[in-house]
Every structure is written in C-alpha cells, then in structure tokens.
Write a protein that binds this ligand. Structure first.
Ligand code: AMP
Ligand code: ZN
Length: 113
C-alpha cells in the first residue's frame, strides 16, 4: 500500500529502529513509547486490521506471536509483558496496517483506558 506508514517502514522507505526482521515479519520501536519497552510487530503483508484477516493468514498471525515471545525474551522481559492489538476506531487503531504492541518493563495496569 503506497500511503501506508508501516508498509513504508517494512520496505525501508521510512527509517525505524528495527529489533527483528525476517521474510514475513518486522518489529521496531514505537515512536511514542507507552512503556520502557514498546515494540510494534507487523506482518510485511498489508492487512488493514485484525478484522480483515482471512483463513490463509492464520499461520502468519500465529507466527507473529512466536516472534513476540522471542523478542520479549531477547529484550529481557522475563517477568512478563503484554501484547495489544487495537482494532478499528473504537479499539483505538490509528495505523491501518495490522500490528501488535509488545509492552513491558513496568507493571502494567488492567483494565486499560
Ligand atoms: P495504534 O494506535 O494501535 O494503531 O498504534 C499505532 C502505533 O504506531 C502508535 O503507538 C504510534 O506511536 C506508532 N507509530 C506511528 N508511526 C510510527 C513510526 N513511524 N515509527 C514507529 N512507530 C510509529
Ligand atoms: Zn501497510
């Protein structure tokens, strides 16, 4: 998608602080961190939101969680962390390319705001 900021990040048209990358997934530091560790994990494939995944995306979405676990371990989040997906307007999604926030490094509260 030409006008998608996360597609531009995955194609390196826009710089980011990358923490993980392979053929299908990329992870980079969020520019407005909400916790001491705040990583955004995306599939390189442009999917608009969680509400737009289809049957053929199930391995990719599952694989993102394996990547999240690996990244959390590499960043030393041994006492826990949180994965967040904001979906759609009421879910608080601001970038229309599916992504998962990896948050850690402090005690996180529940419920979220
Ligand atoms: P959401 O509100 O769930 O759609 O999350 C979008 C996230 O992307 C926000 O936490 C933003 O701070 C983050 N973000 C937007 N643009 C960039 C960028 N160029 N590099 C890193 N993170 C970004
Ligand atoms: Zn995109």
């Amino acid at each position: 998608m030409d006008d998608c900021i996360f597609c531009k990040i995955s194609s390196k048209q826009v710089p980011s602080k990358i923490v993980y990358e392979d053929d299908s997934v990329m992870a980079f530091y969020d520019i407005e961190p909400q916790a001491p560790v705040h990583i955004v994990i995306i599939p390189k494939k442009h999917i608009k939101s969680l509400d737009h995944i289809i049957e053929q995306d199930k391995n990719l979405v599952g694989y993102i969680f394996l990547c999240a676990k690996k990244i959390a371990s590499e960043l030393g989040l041994k006492n826990g962390y949180r994965i967040v997906n904001n979906c759609g307007k009421l879910g608080g999604q601001t970038v229309d390319h599916i992504h998962f926030h990896l948050l850690g490094g402090r005690q996180l509260q529940w419920p979220p705001g």
